[in-house]
Design a protein around this ligand. Structure first.
Ligand SMILES: Cc1cn([C@H]2C[C@H](O)[C@@H](COP(=O)(O)OP(=O)(O)O[C@H]3O[C@H](C)C(=O)[C@H](O)[C@H]3O)O2)c(=O)[nH]c1=O
Length: 342
């Protein structure tokens, strides 16, 4: 089996590469990644010398490069993790989100049509469903929940999902889509809530909580997500969407307090800053479909997952310290330096 994993140098993509190489020693995994600010080649160091692994630096929007790779590798499966993923960045500058997330998806699927493929899998997000109210804890996103996006990021992902379903209906492309909740775990880029708070707390820097911090996210350990995608690409039904969630809802402020406690840092580091524009209140996924059809359930309890994650950041300081000392530092100052206290 030859599998092209796009965005394999990013957070979820790299964890998926590791999972697949370990579980299927006879598979060949080809990582296609543009190495944007969020993709880091050092992340893939543990597998660079694996004879079943190949890294190719290219943009999924580059039709020539994508076609060349398909000609060389004849992939059986393509799993598309490549995406601009940070909501705050999409609010500042939507253009690249439309380009990578929508156009890039169509370029990949055109290559799948041209060269033939067993499966194209699109890694999507629960943000395509918009948000749920805080006072209705009985409500969850199902695969039938209407698309109702809030940010340029989620709109670009929703547009891509619709394109994927259209390529299935119009051209018969064998596709599947997974829509996951918030992932956490090793190699999470330190602009996202959990790794940002760990990095800042370790440096005794302020912990910037947007608004009151009452927004709820459904946290999913990244390894559990990788197992779900593995099941979907092998046994999922073509043309179907599968929701993948942690069944683990937490308010942002709770998460930040847990991190302070685990690291022995004072909650006085918490700083309430101006809220995100159009901030989604609550995400919560109903994973009944993937459970009933494919037997998947999240295995990692949050109490264990967050401890493992914090330990990983303690053990791999060089990885994230290098990142936050570079280009990202300028971004961080731009984003938070002028936000001020709420
Ligand atoms: C970075 C940051 C975030 N937040 C809040 C904003 C959110 O309510 C929550 C999580 O934010 P984050 O940007 O880490 O993630 P989401 O906006 O929920 O989106 C994430 O999960 C979905 C499923 C994807 O699809 C996105 O690609 C992924 O980035 O913490 C703060 O309060 N302070 C901060 O400094």
């Amino acid at each position: 089996m030859n599998i092209i994993v796009t965005g394999g140098a990013g957070f979820i993509g790299s964890n998926f590469v590791f999972h697949m190489l370990k579980k299927y020693p006879d598979y060949r995994i080809i990582c296609l990644d543009k190495l944007t600010y969020a993709g880091n080649l050092s992340t893939l160091a543990p597998v660079m010398d694996n004879p079943n692994f190949r890294f190719v630096k290219a943009d999924i929007c580059d039709r020539e490069a994508v076609d060349k790779l398909f000609e060389e590798e004849h992939p059986d499966i393509v799993v598309n993790f490549a995406a601009e993923s940070h909501v705050d960045r999409s609010i500042e500058d939507p253009g690249i989100f439309l380009q990578t997330n929508i156009i890039g998806t169509s370029v990949l699927m055109d290559a799948c049509r041209k060269y033939g493929i067993q499966r194209y899998h699109q890694v999507s997000t629960d943000e395509v469903y918009g948000d749920l109210p805080l006072d209705r804890p009985d409500l969850f996103f199902t695969e039938e929940t209407p698309i109702h996006t809030s940010s340029p990021y989620s709109s670009s992902k929703a547009a891509a999902d619709l394109l994927v379903l259209a390529y299935h209906r119009t051209y018969g492309l064998p596709v599947t889509i997974s829509r996951c909740s918030n992932n956490y775990g090793p190699y999470h880029f330190p602009e996202k809530l959990i790794p940002l708070m760990i990095a800042n707390a370790l440096a005794d820097k302020p912990l910037p909580v947007y608004g009151e911090g009452l927004n709820v996210r459904d946290w999913l350990y990244v390894e559990d997500h990788c197992k779900a995608i593995d099941l979907i690409i092998h046994n999922g039904r073509v043309g179907e969407v599968y929701n993948v969630g942690g069944h683990n809802e937490k308010q942002n402020i709770e998460i930040v307090k847990i991190i302070c406690k685990e690291l022995g840092k004072p909650e006085s580091l918490i700083t309430h800053v101006g809220d995100r524009k159009g901030h989604d209140m609550r995400y919560a996924i109903d994973p009944t479909k993937i459970h009933n059809e494919l037997g998947w359930l999240p295995e990692t309890k949050f109490e264990d997952g967050i401890k493992k994650t914090i330990q990983w950041y303690l053990d791999n300081r060089e990885w994230w310290e290098t990142i936050i000392s570079g280009e990202y530092q300028n971004y961080y100052e731009k984003m938070y330096g002028n936000r001020g206290e709420a």
